[in-house]
Design a protein around this ligand. Structure first.
Ligand SMILES: [Zn+2]
Length: 389
């Protein structure tokens, strides 16, 4: 913990803007942007906080001392995260969100019949968008072969089959833009061999006229970014660059961007790590809303794949108590973790830009939908056709 805190100080002094904003406690004021409601969306943006349960969000709000950007969205529901296996992993969770099909843990973009072990590759929301002539983007603050970005772009029996996942994403996906944390040269080669053009400077993404591009960056504020020498790109800036690139398509676009490391903070039961990642994620959400605010064709959805760590805030968890715990490297009595793994806790889903009647989805209860129905909602918004039964 202490080691991490020192790294954080170093990075803050090095000038990572979104981090230093947190540490001095005067983040830019968010004005709670409400997008114009549409029934058919030209652009759909799905922002996933990996491992971001309701208590993580509440901790972020208390830490910041004001509502987060995502909490200012006009509509919210709860999402059940279970996989076929039961307690979900990130592979099955991403597959559910990306394809609308519940699968077994470990499987990426693929359904497995648990009796016959027969598998079926699933159509993703990226494929749906591509079929409508839209551009598509997949961004993660972790390596590209992480379970969540792969759920939107690859098919494999295992989230650990990295070579197969990367080849699948590079050669068979309908993704126009991939951007992630630094990946190995051999994985970068898989993309260049598949005619993806590498963009070394994230600031140049918006100017690209290429059909297929990818980038491998040290994305601040992420924990791993601190381990890497060289230039950083802030998560919010990276996503804004991607929005400029994707929106050049007159048919619109689909973008999935994941704040991958909120999950790692949970696995490590490290509140400092979790808070930094969550705030960086929310800064990115705010930047997306800022980009979309004058448009009348864009829907933004914020959700999580599952909760990680079983975080619970005690009644003593005030702004001051959370900040004090943060400043003491996580030491504080205002919260508890119950596990180093994932939990079955329902996650929050926030939607801005569309007035969704969540009651039409299968739980028939507007307070709770299934993770697979997030796909249905996005598909319905893009096609203008109702797919819910
Ligand atoms: Zn996890």
């Amino acid at each position: 913990m202490r080691k991490y805190w020192q790294k954080f100080i170093t990075l803050t002094l090095a000038g990572a803007m979104s981090l230093s904003m947190i540490s001095c406690g005067k983040g830019e004021k968010n004005d709670g942007i409400i997008l114009k409601n549409v029934t058919q969306a030209k652009n759909v943006i799905l922002l996933i906080g990996d491992g971001m349960g309701p208590e993580q969000i509440r901790a972020g709000e208390l830490f910041k001392g004001e509502k987060l950007a995502m909490q200012k969205f006009p509509y919210m529901t709860k999402v059940q995260t279970r996989s076929v296996t039961g307690l979900t992993d990130s592979a099955a969770a991403a597959t559910a969100l990306a394809t609308g099909t519940r699968t077994s843990n470990g499987y990426v973009g693929r359904y497995v019949n648990t009796a016959t072990l027969e598998t079926t590759d699933l159509e993703t929301i990226v494929d749906v968008a591509h079929g409508l002539g839209k551009r598509t983007g997949v961004i993660a603050t972790e390596e590209l072969y992480g379970a969540t970005p792969m759920g939107f772009s690859a098919h494999s029996n295992s989230r650990n089959n990295t070579d197969e996942l990367v080849n699948s994403a590079a050669t068979t996906s309908n993704v126009n833009l991939f951007a992630s944390y630094v990946i190995d040269a051999k994985y970068q080669a898989a993309f260049t061999n598949a005619d993806y053009i590498k963009i070394d400077d994230a600031d140049m993404i918006s100017e690209s006229t290429e059909d297929k591009i990818f980038g491998s960056y040290a994305i601040a504020a992420t924990y791993e970014a601190m381990m890497v020498d060289g230039s950083f790109v802030a998560f919010d800036r990276l996503v804004t660059e991607a929005l400029e690139y994707l929106s050049k398509d007159e048919d619109g676009f689909f973008l999935m961007a994941e704040g991958s490391h909120i999950d790692h903070g949970g696995h490590n039961n490290d509140i400092c790590y979790m808070l930094e990642e969550l705030i960086a994620f929310d800064d990115m959400v705010a930047a997306v809303l800022e980009w979309a605010k004058d448009r009348d064709d864009t829907v933004v959805i914020v959700t999580a794949d599952h909760e990680t760590g079983g975080l619970e805030l005690k009644s003593s968890a005030t702004h001051e108590a959370i900040v004090e715990a943060y400043e003491n490297g996580g030491i504080g009595k205002c919260y508890t973790w119950s596990t180093s793994g994932h939990t079955n806790t329902d996650v929050n889903l926030y939607i801005n830009g569309a007035d969704i009647d969540f009651a039409q989805y299968s739980f028939k209860n507007k307070d709770r939908i299934k993770n697979t129905e997030v796909f249905e909602i996005m598909k319905t918004l893009m096609t203008g056709e109702t797919t819910a039964e």
